[in-house]
Ligand binder design. Structure first.
Ligand code: HEM
Length: 357
């Protein structure tokens, strides 16, 4: 074959770029991640992270959300029962090491723990066959909004007003009026005080995923981890002598006395249950058929500054064979946004410079 002339090379690269752009664009539109040009300004992962920085502050070297956290490690002991739902090797009977991170939503790594009404738990399972399963869960079973565009609008509405240093109530009210789907989340928060510790909270995948068993049968599943330590509400918001870092300090004390553990529970959907809308819970009756996949045990905690979770991106789309994403548009958005956040914070850590917009 004769070498390509410069002009035909340019043409070929242009064609490849066009095809790539079309494929990426198609994925992004299917995922509800970007909007047609002309309708609204295009929402990109970078604009989403800019919005997090604008509303929650920019703290160089830290995650753009869930900035305050603590690294943990331990293992998952699978009892083999979940193999009925997924052929993923992680569900075969046996032990899988995990690295995790407890955190709370927010952009400030030094925020007072008493201000957080949600707790979070991220996990990376290092499976024997070399695969990884990463998940990032919150202590609320539903999300406030259903789409990346709505989350972006929420962040814009929460941006502190330059004069008061607080969000503008008029903007917030306009957002809430436009997004009645946020009501279920707000009601849940109002009726469920946050747990007194990281280790007595349940954590939820919120998004649904498609599980495939060894015969190719598929079911949509949401998972949760249910603590062996009974839930107790936090009273620290009203305690004037509180420690602003009580969650991490208490965890480290508790781990000196022994491990903490959860059951990994898989809840299959019935046909017709919403599997692409994280604002909508499934009927409580679904919990009657949930599968206990085994025990997650946390043995150690260490600082997020130099601990094992520091350089992990808990991207919820890193999944083992046997689990694939649902059509929930938040999933693609999370994956893309976490990558931008990871890229910015690790560059800052490496001293390449604070990201500037
Ligand atoms: C089901 C909904 C969601 C859940 C359960 C969730 C949960 C979490 C958790 C637990 C973390 C902390 C991960 C860690 O410890 O490293 C996290 C980080 C983050 N989340 Fe989400 N999230 C959700 C939706 C979203 C969405 C829709 C966005 C934006 C598109 C977003 C943006 C972020 C960002 C920027 C980070 C920091 C990522 C990093 O630098 O590693 N989250 N999320």
């Amino acid at each position: 074959m004769s070498p390509l002339q410069p002009s035909s090379l340019v043409l070929r690269y242009a064609l490849i770029a066009l095809v790539l752009a079309a494929v990426t664009g198609a994925f992004a539109r299917v995922a509800g991640w970007i909007h047609w040009p002309g309708s609204e300004p295009t929402l990109t992962p970078a604009r989403m992270i800019d919005a997090f920085e604008n509303s929650m502050g920019l703290h160089a070297g830290f995650r753009r959300n869930h900035a305050k956290g603590v690294c943990v490690s331990g293992y998952f002991d699978s009892n083999g029962s979940a193999a009925a739902l997924s052929r993923a090797s992680v569900f075969e009977r046996g032990r899988t090491p995990v690295i995790g991170r407890f955190s709370a939503p927010g952009g400030d790594p030094s925020q007072d723990d008493a201000e957080a009404s949600v707790r979070s738990f991220a996990l990376l399972f290092s499976v024997r066959n070399g695969e990884q399963w990463r998940t990032a869960m919150n202590s609320v079973p539903i999300f406030a909004v259903a789409t990346p565009q709505a989350l972006y609008e929420q962040l814009v509405a929460l941006r502190p007003d330059a004069r008061t240093g607080r969000p503008d109530p008029a903007k917030l009210n306009a957002f809430l009026a436009k997004h009645p789907e946020t009501m279920a989340f707000r009601q849940w928060i109002d009726t469920h005080p946050p747990s007194s510790a990281f280790y007595n909270a349940s954590y939820f995948s919120i998004d649904a995923f498609r599980f495939a068993d060894a015969n190719g049968n598929t079911r949509f599943v949401r998972w949760s981890v249910v603590p062996d330590t009974p839930y107790a509400p936090s009273n620290d918001r009203t305690n004037p002598a509180r420690d602003p870092d009580f969650l991490a300090h208490d965890l480290s004390l508790r781990l000196q006395a022994g491990t903490v553990s959860w059951r990994l529970m898989l809840t299959p959907a019935d046909p017709g249950d919403p599997v692409d809308d994280a604002t909508r819970a499934w009927p409580p009756a679904r919990e009657l058929h949930r599968v206990d996949a085994g025990k997650i045990v946390i043995e150690r905690a260490e600082s997020q500054i130099d601990g094992g979770c520091r350089d992990i991106n808990f991207d919820p789309l890193i999944l083992p064979h046997g689990i694939t994403p649902s059509d929930d548009p938040l999933l693609a958005a999370r994956s893309a946004a976490y990558a931008v956040s990871f890229d910015r914070r690790t560059r800052e850590e490496a001293g390449v410079g604070t990201h500037r917009r």
